[in-house]
Design a protein around this ligand. Sequence first.
Ligand code: NAD
Length: 254
Amino acid sequence: MFHGKVVLVTGAARGIGRAIAEAFAKERALLVLCDVRPEGLEVAKRLGGLFVYADLAQPEHRERFVEQAVKQWGGVHVLVNNAAIAPPGSALKVGLDDWRQALEVNLTAPMHLSALAAREMIKCGGGAIVNVASVQGLFAEQNNAAYNASKGGLVNLTRSLALDLAPMNIRVNAVAPGAIATENVLEAIQMSPHPELTRQDWEDLHALRRLGQPQEVAQAVVFLASEKASFITGAILPVDGGMTASFMMAGRPV
Ligand code: NAD
């Protein structure tokens, strides 16, 4: 579906970003991946793509990421804003530095990268942007004020971009994953005092009563970026095993 199309994925060194890169590689996309983790280089090499070291908190790194993509493959067709951080802390406790960093990486970087990429997409006749938001962009979780706010912002940024870029034939959508079994999440479960109970608790948040797999998010991202979604823009697609289908914890019996 993406033969000859240039696809940029942020935060592709591991987790959901790596699964997204792998899914686009299967569709024969020309990949440009970025991350602050050096493992991103191995992922890019394995998938025949380009790796650009970029700290997305730095505006000039974002510019270099898009410039390198154009230099390598001649344009940009798809951008996936996946990289994010989640500094824990309640609204009372989150430090201003953590707050600013979360907003910069999770919200400002997707906005800036979308503008930079859109200018290149226009030259190619159009394109697609997919933002990786979260169920926490739709509802809030305790002790996660900065992440909740940044993902809520990303959800409405998705709609704004969809409206602003539609005349240029650029579609913009987002996925809102539930809990996904990435290294990150599995580590957090393992570090908890009762890993088995914690895992069960997390599974029970979903109507399907399990964690999602990174590939299940990746498939939704590829769909939204593809021609199969040609009349879909400004949509927020939950990939959450039914978590947000209920106002209660979806999988729990009443
Ligand atoms: P992860 O932490 O495993 O991966 C995120 C990647 O982004 C990492 O490789 C990290 O190095 C990179 N990154 C972080 N800060 C960066 C920066 N300043 N510049 C460049 N790269 C940077 O996380 P994940 O679980 O794979 O999550 C990926 C996306 O999915 C995130 O947007 C996250 O908010 C979202 N999400 C994840 C889950 C989940 O359960 N895992 C649920 C909902 C949403």
